[in-house]
Design a protein around this ligand. Structure first.
Ligand SMILES: Cc1cc2nc3c(=O)[nH]c(=O)nc-3n(C[C@H](O)[C@H](O)[C@H](O)COP(=O)(O)O)c2cc1C
Length: 340
C-alpha cells in the first residue's frame, strides 16, 4: 500500500492549504532566509518562507523574483507588523499583494488589518503566536492556520509555554489547523507534533544549519557544536525591536557576563558600541542582528539565534537534504510505532 503513495501518512490539511508535499515549513528568518534557501526548501517538497521583515518593497519584490527564477513551487513571505514602522509595513504589504504572493506568515502581536488586507487580496495567511489568546485573535482576524510557537524556539520568542503544551491548548481553542514551532529539528518531532493534533511543523534552526541559509558559517558551526543547555532566553539583544522582546540564542560571552540578569532590557538601555559591520552598515553590541555571510567583526558576541533543538543538529547539509532526512526519519518513526 505504502509503495503506491509513500507520502500518504505525512499528508495533512497544511499540504492542501499550501500546496506542498510535506507538512514542513521553513521559518522566515530575517537576513538568513533569502531566495536561495526558500527556493531550495520549496523545491524539495516542503514550504519555504522569505524572511524579509523590515525590508523595503523593492528588496521584497527582488527576492520574490529570485525565488521564482529558481523554482515553480509555491513559497511565502514572513512579516512582523509589531516590529515594523507602519508606513514601511504598508509598503511591504503592497509589494506582496502586487507580486501575488502565495502566503504570508505574520509573527508577534496580531495585526487584524494586515490579515484582512492580505486575505482580501487572495493571499493565504498563517499567524505565528505564543499564546492561546493571540491564537484566538488571529483566527478571528481571518488567519487560515495558526503556528504555535513554544518557548524552545530560536530567534524572537513570544510565548512562555513549551511547544507541545501550547500546540495542544491552541488546538483545543481554535478550529483552523495548528502548526508546531520551536525546538523541532527532525522527523520524529514532526510525528510527535502530528500525534498531538498538529498539522505540521515550522522550523528555523534546522534550516539555518544548511548550506543555502545566508547565516555566517560561524553561526552554522556553533549550532552544530551546541549541546543541551547551550541556549538561553534573554531580552538583552534589544537594539532593533520594541522593548521586552525576548530571544533564544546560544550562550556567548555577552550572555555569560549578564549572569542571572538576563531580562528587563530595552533598546535604550544599551549604548551604541560598534562590534562589526554588515554590508557597510554598523552592527552594535546587543543588536538583534545575527551574523550573516556579509557580516564582519566580533561574531562571537552577536545574537547567535538557536532553538533548543540545536542540540539535535549535527551537520550542515543542503536544505533539500534536510527536508529529505526529516521525511525519511518521520517514516522510520511511524514504522517504529507500528512495531515493524
Ligand atoms: C536566526 C533566526 C531568525 C529568525 N527570524 C525570524 C523572523 O524574522 N520572523 C519570524 O517570524 N520569526 C523569526 N524567527 C523565529 C521562527 O519563526 C521560529 O519561531 C523559530 O525558528 C522556531 O524554533 P526553532 O528555531 O527551534 O525551529 C527566527 C528564528 C531564527 C533561528
Amino acid at each position: 500500500m505504502g509503495v503506491l503513495n509513500p507520502n500518504k501518512n505525512l499528508r495533512t490539511p497544511l499540504c492542501d492549504l499550501l500546496q506542498c508535499e510535506y507538512p514542513i515549513l521553513q521559518a522566515g528568518m530575517g537576513g538568513v532566509a533569502r531566495a536561495e534557501l526558500a527556493a531550495a526548501v520549496s523545491e524539495a517538497g516542503a514550504y519555504g518562507y522569505l524572511g524579509v521583515a523590515g525590508e523595503s518593497a523593492e528588496r521584497i519584490a527582488a527576492e520574490i523574483e529570485a525565488v521564482r527564477a529558481r523554482t515553480e513551487r509555491p513559497f511565502g513571505i514572513n512579516l512582523v507588523p509589531a516590529a515594523t514602522d507602519p508606513a514601511l509595513l504598508d509598503e511591504e504589504l503592497a509589494a506582496c499583494i502586487e507580486c501575488g504572493v502565495h502566503s504570508i506568515c505574520f509573527f508577534w502581536d496580531v495585526d487584524r488589518a494586515a490579515v484582512e488586507r492580505a486575505r482580501a487580496a487572495g493571499c493565504r495567511v498563517l499567524y505565528q503566536v505564543g499564546s492561546v489568546e493571540s491564537a484566538l485573535q488571529a483566527e478571528a482576524a481571518g488567519a487560515d492556520a495558526i503556528i504555535a510557537q513554544g518557548v524552545e524556539a530560536g530567534g524572537h520568542v513570544h510565548g512562555t509555554l513549551p511547544t507541545f503544551v501550547l500546540l495542544q491548548q491552541i488546538g483545543c481553542a481554535v478550529s483552523v489547523p495548528v502548526v508546531a514551532s520551536g525546538g523541532i529539528a527532525n522527523g520524529a518531532g514532526l510525528v510527535a507534533a502530528m500525534a498531538l493534533g498538529g498539522v505540521g511543523i515550522h522550523c528555523g534552526t534546522a534550516f539555518l544549519a544548511t548550506r543555502e541559509a545566508f547565516a555566517h558559517a560561524y553561526h552554522k558551526e556553533r549550532i552544530v557544536a551546541a549541546v543541551s543547555g547551550d541556549t538561553v532566553h534573554t531580552d538583552a539583544f534589544a537594539i532593533g525591536w520594541p522593548p521586552q522582546s525576548p530571544v533564544r540564542v546560544l550562550h556567548n560571552s555577552v550572555t555569560r557576563a549578564l549572569g542571572d540578569r538576563l531580562h528587563g532590557y530595552g533598546p535604550d538601555d544599551h549604548g551604541r558600541e560598534v562590534i562589526g559591520d554588515d554590508a557597510g552598515e554598523p552592527v552594535y553590541r546587543f543588536s538583534t542582528e545575527s551574523p550573516l555571510r556579509t557580516t564582519n567583526g566580533e561574531l562571537e558576541v552577536m545574537a547567535l539565534y538557536a532553538g533548543e533543538g540545536a542540540a539535535l543538529i549535527d551537520s550542515i547539509p543542503s536544505a533539500g537534504d534536510r527536508v529529505r532526512e526529516m521525511v525519511t526519519a518521520a517514516h522510520d518513526c511511524l514504522d517504529g510505532l507500528r512495531g515493524r
